[in-house]
Each structure stands twice: as structure tokens, then as C-alpha cells.
Write a protein that binds this ligand. Structure first.
Ligand SMILES: [Zn+2]
Length: 106
């Protein structure tokens, strides 16, 4: 998710290269570097990352907590089981602090 002027302005895809993509995610490092460079070139700031939990809730997993490398970013988790829920967190030092989400309609 990229921001401009304090609002999400774009969503740029980065491939999940985890060995078991149904159980965890790992952003393609080369693609992430290229995406960050492209965002900066376009005047955007990487504000966060999102991923889904198709088989569990929107609670950050122990893997999510241990692999959140950008404490300045927002981590959005979309849980689909038992029902679709979207939650956002800042994660630092292995701990998650939930953020309030605000949605705007066009
Ligand atoms: Zn997760």
C-alpha cells in the first residue's frame, strides 16, 4: 500500500515466494526493492503491507510477528475464517498494536 498526501493512493503487488504460500507469506525481496524504488520515483511512500489468512482469523500469526521488518509500516491482515474481517496493526519487537481502520467511500 502506497500513500500520497496522507491517504492510500495505490496498491502495488509483490509476489509471495514462501515455500508454503497457504500457511505463510514471504515477499519476493528483489521485487520488493524494485517496488519501493518505483514508489519513491513516483512520489509515493510505502505505508504498509497486506496479506490474507484464508483459513484463520485476522490475528497476526507468530510468523507475522517475527517477520515484520518495517515497524514504521502498517500491516493489514484479512482473516477469512470464520468470517471475513480486516484488521490493521503496527508490529515492532514481535508485538502487535492494533490500529483503528477508517474507510472512505467515493
Ligand atoms: Zn499472517
Amino acid at each position: 500500500m502506497c500513500m500520497r498526501d496522507g491517504a492510500v493512493a495505490d496498491v502495488l503487488p509483490v509476489a509471495n515466494v514462501a515455500t508454503d504460500r497457504r500457511a505463510s507469506y514471504e515477499l519476493d525481496p528483489a521485487q520488493l526493492v524494485a517496488t519501493r524504488s518505483a514508489a519513491r520515483r513516483d512520489g509515493l511512500e510505502i505505508a504498509g503491507f497486506y496479506h490474507s489468512h484464508p483459513r484463520t482469523s485476522a490475528e497476526p500469526s507468530s510468523y507475522d510477528l517475527a517477520n515484520a521488518w518495517y515497524p514504521e509500516c502498517v500491516y493489514v491482515v484479512i482473516g477469512l475464517d470464520p468470517r471475513p474481517v480486516v484488521r490493521a496493526f503496527r508490529i515492532a519487537d514481535g508485538r502487535a498494536r492494533e490500529l483503528e481502520l477508517e474507510f472512505e467511500t467515493a
